[in-house]
Ligand binder design. Sequence first.
Ligand code: NAP
Length: 306
Amino acid sequence: MSRIYDRVALIGLGLIASSMFWAIKRAGLAGEVTGYARSEATRETARRIGLCDRVCDSAREAVEGADLVVLCVPVGAMGAVAEEIAPVLKPGATVTDVGSVKRDVIQSVHPHIPPGVHFVPAHPLAGTEHSGPESGFAELFDNRWCLLVPVEGTDPDAVARLRALWEGMGSNVDEMEADHHDLVLAVTSHTPHLIAYTMVGVADDLRRVTDSEVIKYSAAGFRDFTRIAASDPTMWRDVFLTNKDATLEILGRFTEELFALQRAIRTGNGELLHDYFTRTRAIRRGIIDAGQDTDAPDFGRAKAKS
Ligand code: NAP
């Protein structure tokens, strides 16, 4: 794979940024990768483990001269970071982000992008429940989707170059409109996370089941909820605060379905339950056929860095 950018700057050095660094290095996609994180502790860790060719003590220093700047901070922090780096962005450079919500990021970042600088929002649909600079690994994006959400009038060459970077990091790439992205993610990621958080919270409240029983017998289904519910609290707080409408819409639908199933259980409507579970099984089959998971019961755990 050949070099796509001479210099890439990663702002925020957590799971996604560190995985991007290792994936960029794996394929030789950039000449130099600079990095910045707000805390001294994260910058020190990054230097110790060789994350980034150069770790800088300010976001502006990291961004100076970069052809591509990637905002890898929580969604609620994107606007302030964009405002801070705006004066030093190189003409012709591209600014992108990896935020899990797109409409809010566009609204908070786009006004700070100076003329002559491209803005191409993006969202890699890949992650683990781990966070921080030591949680990343080069394979995170392999065969996962990355959605590009270009704003109107964006230079097609800037979009094509970013697409090439994500493909070089192992992703499949699609383009999507921002509101549609937020709705799709509310269905596939945001609402499921909220349900997992709730389920783990419920188990925590159930005093009739002891903590040790919950932990000991968790492989029966609860374990998968706990993995999701261990995700970073700041990131997920921001996701729900910024993708409010779509999440509430899908939660409303979810609640209706839940009530229907609750009634079926109470009235002994086995046919409804059986038909429902047959339909959901087909959706699972579709995900496996699309190569987004395997039938192996412990898929993901062996690969994800613990
Ligand atoms: P992470 O591992 O928690 O790292 C977050 C980074 O952002 C850290 O370097 C942190 O700095 C910095 N940061 C936190 N709050 C900040 C603030 N207020 N101002 C400036 N910097 C701040 O997060 P991540 O999982 O890589 O997520 C980064 C972005 O990717 C988020 O927007 C998230 O929505 C998106 N995303 C996440 C996943 C996932 O599964 N994790 C998947 C796809 C997209 P310090 O270390 O110095 O505190």
